[in-house]
Design a protein around this ligand. Structure first.
Ligand SMILES: Nc1ncnc2c1ncn2[C@@H]1O[C@H](COP(=O)(O)OP(=O)(O)OP(=O)(O)O)[C@@H](O)[C@H]1O
Ligand SMILES: [Mg+2]
Length: 269
């Protein structure tokens, strides 16, 4: 369980501040965070991953206190983060070396590193490219390697900050598929997005506005929260759902993903 209490943060320069974030995120929950540009999503993800230190408030992952400087290594083992641009996350020329680097730093043996890399590459469907050159990979493949590197850590929490923004539609779908499978493996996922459609991937959505949490709702309650999402780029699948619902189509949002809605509509036609 992640427990965030009265978390606030201010950069040394500029006016922006993250204020009074209070959240509880259960194990194995898949949460999306959506908000306008500059609303503090990435700042939040950096605090939650231990990359940026904070002075006000508390973040606990079970009983691991993220403000405890002595626990830096433990924090890196429990929380992994994937960023928007895969190019900035891959340093080495070969997939294996790139993935091994972070694991070596965490102190794992060569054998353990090899096993973890194999397992993680299979999870992202890229085992065949274990010995490939990273320079030969597409952006989508690079992002899957970045995800695999995170998974190889066996984190309790995986944070993804707009991981699909630079990807083509096929690569996006591959990322969604990986996340769906991860959910079944018991990992807690915090997925930051600017694409409204992507909130359907998750169980729960938190809307950030000007450094504050504006709304927090479960997917089953999406239809009662549509007005809070009006600022985002509509029309999208969310407005389709809303219209279908108004017209009497019985949609169980609790279990719904983009994929499932497509299947549902297919059967009706
Ligand atoms: N290193 C920094 N120093 C000063 N201000 C910063 C720094 N990084 C971000 N900010 C400011 O903090 C605010 C929140 O930025 P943040 O990147 O967290 O927003 P975001 O919701 O992730 O936005 P986007 O959707 O564009 O990714 C912005 O006003 C930004 O200018
Ligand atoms: Mg951001």
């Amino acid at each position: 369980m992640i427990t965030i209490k009265d978390l606030s943060y201010k950069y040394k320069t500029g006016d922006f501040s993250l204020s009074n974030i209070n959240l509880e995120i259960k194990d194995n929950e898949f949460v999306t965070i959506i908000g306008q540009n500059g609303s503090g999503k990435s700042t939040f993800s950096k605090l939650l991953s231990g990359l940026v230190k904070f002075k006000k408030g508390q973040i606990l992952i079970d009983d691991l206190d993220l403000s405890d400087k002595k626990k830096a290594l433990e924090i890196r083992k429990q929380v992994a983060i994937v960023f928007q641009n895969p190019e900035t996350q891959i340093i080495f020329d070969k997939v294996y070396d790139d993935m091994a680097f972070g694991l070596k730093n965490l102190g794992f043996s060569s054998e353990e590193i090899n096993n973890r890399i194999d397992e993680a590459l299979k999870q992202v469907n890229m085992f065949d490219l274990k010995n490939a050159y990273t320079t030969e990979l597409s952006l989508g493949q690079k992002q899957r390697i970045a995800i695999a590197s995170s998974l190889a850590i066996h984190p309790k929490v995986l944070i993804l900050d707009e991981p699909t923004t630079m990807l083509d539609p096929t690569s996006k779908k591959q990322v969604y598929e990986i996340l769906r499978n991860l959910k079944q493996k018991g990992i807690t996922i915090i997925y930051i997005t600017n694409f409204i459609d992507e909130i359907l991937l998750s169980d729960r959505t938190i809307i950030f506005e000007k450094g504050q949490q504006k709304r927090d709702f479960y997917k089953k309650d999406l239809l009662f929260n549509l007005e809070y999402l009006k600022d985002f780029e509509f029309p999208g699948i969310i407005s389709l759902i809303s219209t279908l619902h108004e017209q009497g189509l019985d949609i169980n949002l609790e279990d719904l993903s983009i994929h499932e809605l497509a299947n549902k509509l297919n059967k009706k036609v």
